[in-house]
Ligand binder design. Structure first.
Ligand code: ZN
Ligand code: ZN
Length: 179
């Protein structure tokens, strides 16, 4: 069976966002082999979520939950007046929150934007990869001490690096955090 694709997390299955585990999906009730293994913010915590129920929005709807925090999307503010003025279409913000797997991070995950739309999460990154993308990432790494940049690793220890790519122009962007 072909796994559903996530437009904003194209490498989801190559990362640690799902684990191979047989079970019954709490949302659709189907026997599945792949279990979601990252954040889901909801009142009731489902035991098992399958990729299909994330991709089609049914898990988010059923549990009234979010995989990614709305306020964690770059530029989105809890101030209603400001939210109304952000240029990103609401439907795209919903796609991040309701139909896109989260990723593992130390702090509350952030979702970067570029060209007035949410970027795709490419994966975890490290100093070596950041070096090769230096020109594109200049705006994101400006002001970061060299020692901090060197500490960025794909395992997130001691500093997590999260690489995004613009859906429109292809430019990479970087988010980092640590404990
Ligand atoms: Zn399911
Ligand atoms: Zn762009």
């Amino acid at each position: 069976m072909n796994l559903p694709k996530f437009r904003l997390s194209p490498n989801a299955y190559a990362l640690d966002l799902f684990v191979a585990e047989s079970g019954i999906c709490s949302c659709c009730g189907q026997a599945r082999e792949l279990k979601y293994n990252s954040s889901f913010y909801s009142l009731e915590t489902p035991d098992y979520l399958c990729p299909w129920c994330i991709a089609d929005g049914s898990a988010a709807q059923r549990y009234e939950g979010e995989f990614n925090d709305y306020l964690g999307i770059e530029g989105v503010s809890s101030d209603l007046a400001e939210s109304d003025s952000i240029a990103i279409e609401r439907e795209l913000l919903q796609e991040v929150c309701s139909r896109t797997p989260s990723y593992h991070s130390w702090q509350q995950e952030q979702w970067l934007v570029h060209c007035n739309q949410p970027c795709a999460f490419v994966g975890y990154t490290d100093y070596a990869e950041i070096q090769t993308l230096q020109a594109e990432l200049q705006g994101d790494i400006a002001g970061m001490p060299e020692r901090y940049l060197q500490a960025i690793s794909k395992t997130g220890d001691p500093v997590g690096g999260y690489l995004f790519r613009c859906m429109e122009c292809g430019r990479h962007r970087l988010h980092t955090d640590c404990t």
